[in-house]
Design a protein. Sequence first.
Length: 166
Amino acid sequence: MALNFTIETSKPIEVINNQILKIHDSIYVDKLGFEPSFSVEASGFLAEFTERFDKKKDTYLVAKFNGDVAGSVIVDSRTELPDVARLRLFAVDEKYQKNGIGKQLLAMAINLCKNNQLKGLYLLTFSILPIAGGLYESKGFTFAGVEKINYWGRVLDEKRYELSFA
């Protein structure tokens, strides 16, 4: 049975930020064994993003179910490439996964980027999350490369996916 959830565009606020960080902690620290420094870095990014948030360029999508934050994705316009944004902090709480929330968050983020006349979108993910790569490819992203990194107490294959709107 599908869940009746909503997706909102939101301005970053502390209470939602904390719920989003909790979702990421449960996945990356508790389940995947990343060091707590992951949480510190994610929290730092979210605080910085909240401070510089520009509703004309940035997007903060939050999926909710019965008032609980079920997932989120951020479209961050501050990248090294002009008119190309980066997807960040994209995750769905494990108890709400497999209900289409991630697919809808991603589709909505892509549509908003197209409507804002961006040239493209990219994201970074890890090979230890194979379902993520399939989701991105199903929405038109192409695999653009992999880099071995040593972060958060783990050696990881960081994968880059790109989507061009040209």
